[in-house]
Design a protein around this ligand. Structure first.
Ligand code: SIN
Ligand code: FE2
Length: 216
């Protein structure tokens, strides 16, 4: 590989279409990882990560916090979006510098112009943490896509169909990968396999995933 093709690869992350409306941009956020991780740290200082309970009576293996106008809250009675974390008794902080613009630009590159997220959910995975198959269906307007940014340790993402029982594809999501799903793929089931233990030079023993959404 010569210098120019090497540069070209770095400047134009590959766009891989997984299905109609779903685009994987490997490495798309790698150049911004410092800003993003500083943002995650600032959000967690305001409202710490915690493993929430589920209405089914379990405790999530993934620890979560949020930023933006609303964020995700789950307990034994309900789950959905709320303006703050009732346990921490804090409002979610605003989105850190660079978050909104990365989400807007990534959505546009995937074919969704005018995406204005009003929340970013931040998931923190440590060894063994996983996320069962689910649909993102608590947002009001399914014409708005989901923009997912992965940082740190790699994870196997499960990409399913429109029924929970449909076969899933396994996709390795690595540091800096951005996955956008909307349009015909907006309500596909998806999840994350248990994280393999490891140490990442930027995030230590963790994987972080940021999902940008337009709730209402
Ligand atoms: C999610 O489905 O909300 C998060 C997915 C991920 O962690 O990659
Ligand atoms: Fe999801």
């Amino acid at each position: 590989m010569n210098l120019f093709s090497q540069l070209d690869e770095e400047l134009q992350p590959t766009h891989e279409v997984l299905a109609e409306g779903a685009v994987l941009m490997r490495g798309r956020a790698r150049r911004e990882d410092g800003l993003l991780l500083a943002g995650v740290e600032a959000v967690a200082r305001a409202v710490p990560f915690r493993q929430m309970a589920t209405p089914g009576g379990y405790r999530m293996s993934v620890a979560m916090t949020s930023c933006g106008r609303v964020g995700w809250v789950s307990d034994s009675e309900r789950n959905g979006y709320a303006p703050g974390d009732p346990e921490a008794r804090r409002m979610w902080p605003g989105m850190p510098e660079g978050f909104r613009e990365l989400a807007r630009a990534s959505a546009e590159e995937a074919g969704f112009k005018g995406f204005e997220p009003d929340t970013c959910l931040i998931n923190r995975y440590q060894a063994g943490a996983k996320l069962g198959l689910h649909q993102d269906r608590h947002e009001r307007d399914f014409r708005q896509p989901i923009v997912s940014v992965s940082l740190g340790l790699a994870a196997v993402f499960l990409w399913g169909g429109f029924e929970r029982t449909e076969a899933t594809k396994r996709i390795l999501l690595e540091h800096g990968d951005v996955l956008v799903w909307g349009g015909a793929s907006r309500l596909r089931f998806h999840g994350v396999m248990p994280l393999k233990p490891g140490v990442h030079e930027r995030t230590g023993v963790y994987r972080y995933n940021l999902t940008f959404r337009r709730v209402g």
